[in-house]
Design a protein around this ligand. Structure first.
Ligand code: FE2
Ligand code: FE2
Length: 527
């Protein structure tokens, strides 16, 4: 084998440094480092190790040309060797050259493992006994970054020259050292990026958890939506028939979608709890029905005084008191907002307000203020239009917050994916009134997940848990009405995402039998 000249060595180093900066997979990166060092020095074999958080060396890739071995790394043969501790009882582990190099930050160059007096090479010799190999020259180099941290160890075995095993000479050693420092910096950068990525994802989860904790009305919504979104994304990746058969999200896009899922309702941070948790029509920070009831008690006392003053009117007053208590009970009942309030009842609220007066500061005032009348007249649910707007405003805040973040390139779609979950395919959604064509497929996935989670949730105090079949029926009508993406909904059914989700998150008693053919708007996928 001819010796590498300087120009070739430089070329190899440059090629590797390019790969170091572009390779995303750390396992592959480590293997690249090993292979380049092996080629540069014409070594017969070698091993590369990473450092675990327990300060042990983990075998990443092992190669040996003579033994035709390629284990770990990109090979199909996993390495099952135990990790090697760098320290034993606080002292450098001298039983393994790789551990010693890592502990001392020093390169160890041995001409012949069988003659080495200063180092313990018994492990190599024991291995040779099993394989019939003869380990001779050994170069062990710690991968030390610019901050003096060791993030791996590279070991090369049996440098060769003209088919003979020779020691690793100074030039080769220097080359490997340059390569090792390049590699160490690349590994450090990679680790830093990974750490930041994990930190950011944890922060996204933390925000979701804080919102879920903030209000029982959101329950586990922020936690479940990302999970359901990813289930649907995996199903879309898997499906190989129908209009979405060619669509595929790569790992980066899936990561973006997951982050978007965790942050999709982050704007709820700014939604006042008294509105988010509003359980009755008159509730603000407290339920104003108490105030209304107290005012009715005052009216009642006024009637009692009237009866005392005018004994001949007693029967009439008692009748008025009965009516008063009925009206009070009526208001207390409709304050709950459980059912739709018919027009007659809306008018009755106004009549009651006019019917009774209370005396305050010498003046007679209607028993209900105009605000109380307006809130009690809410026909559906407990929220006034203004309060509904405040709730809906969370999506504007979500978009505002997310668009203000300097996302790196691979996460730049987070705001679009997260901000579209209240849009409808026909353009009737909010806040932007986007249509299907104006939304990315991942954003449309999030919209389905958001609705299905809310429909199927069994942990919201304001509603009974729906059966799975009911949820599917409602979703089916939404698909027919072009509120949700029909093609995605078909995959949702075809790949049984609804069942996968139900098994994980819904109560057993909610899960009933689903006849897919009966789901409105479902068209079976055909190839
Ligand atoms: Fe939302
Ligand atoms: Fe949501």
């Amino acid at each position: 084998m001819s010796k590498l000249n300087d120009a070739d060595a430089l070329k190899q180093l440059l090629a590797l440094s390019y790969r170091l900066s572009t390779e995303k997979n750390t396992t592959k990166l480590l293997e690249d480092i090993l292979m380049s060092a092996k080629a540069l020095t014409h070594a017969d074999g070698g091993t590369i190790y990473s450092v675990t958080d327990k300060n042990e060396l983990k075998f990443e890739t092992l190669v040996n040309d003579s033994l035709k071995l390629h284990m770990g790394g990109t090979s199909d043969t996993p390495i099952n060797f135990d990790c090697i501790p760098i320290y034993i009882e606080g002292q450098a582990n001298k039983d393994a050259l790789v551990a010693l190099a890592a502990a001392t930050h020093e390169t160890i160059n041995i001409e012949d493992a069988y003659q080495a007096k200063e180092h313990n090479t018994s492990a190599a010799r024991a291995m040779d006994k099993k394989t019939g190999y003869r380990t001779q020259s050994v170069l062990t180099v710690p991968l030390e970054n610019h901050e003096g941290d060791i993030n791996g160890v590279l070991q090369l075995i049996n440098a060769q020259s003209d088919e003979l095993v020779v020691p690793f000479d100074q030039k080769n050693t220097d080359l490997v050292l340059s390569l090792a420092s390049l590699a160490a910096v690349a590994l450090t950068n990679k680790q830093l990026i990974l750490d930041m990525e994990i930190l950011f994802q944890s922060l996204a989860k933390l925000i979701a958890q804080a919102i879920d904790e903030k209000s029982p009305y959101t329950g586990g919504h922020c936690r479940r939506v990302p999970e359901l979104t990813m289930m649907l994304a995996d199903a879309v990746n898997k499906v190989n028939i129908g209009p979405l058969s060619d669509f595929n999200l790569d790992n980066d896009e899936k990561h973006t979608l997951s982050v978007a899922g965790w942050l999709h309702d982050c704007g709820k941070i700014a939604t006042p709890e008294y509105i988010m948790d509003k359980s009755t029509k008159l509730e603000t920070v407290f339920d104003r029905i108490e105030l209304v009831s107290a005012k009715f008690e005052i009216v009642n006392k006024q009637f009692e005084i009237e009866a005392l003053k005018f004994p001949d009117k007693k029967a009439e007053v008692v009748q008025k008191q009965t009516q008063l208590m009925e009206d009070k009970a009526f208001l207390e009942r409709i304050n709950i907002g459980g059912e739709f309030l018919p027009q007659d009842d809306v008018e009755r609220v106004a009549q009651i307000a006019n019917e009774y007066k209370i005396e305050r500061n010498g003046e007679l005032e209607p028993v209900l203020t105009s605000t109380e009348v307006r809130y009690l007249q809410i026909q559906k649910g407990t929220l006034s239009d203004e309060e509904r707007n405040v709730i809906n405003h969370h999506i504007d805040i979500t978009i505002l917050l997310l668009e203000s973040l300097p996302f790196p390139k691979h996460l730049r779609n987070v705001p679009e994916y997260a901000g579209g979950h209240h849009e409808k395919m026909d353009g009737s959604g909010y806040p932007r009134g986007l249509t299907k064509d104006q939304m990315s497929l991942p954003a449309r996935m999030m919209a389905i997940a958001d609705i299905f989670e809310a429909l199927s949730a069994g942990d919201r105090p304001y509603k009974e848990a729906k059966k799975l079949s009911e949820c599917m029926k409602i979703m089916g009508f939404m698909s027919l009405d072009q509120h949700i993406d029909k093609d995605l909904f078909n995959v949702f059914i075809h790949e049984k995402v609804y069942l996968q989700y139900a098994d994980k998150f819904m109560n057993k008693k909610q899960i009933d039998l689903i006849d897919e053919t009966k789901i409105p708007g479902f068209s079976p996928l055909i190839s």
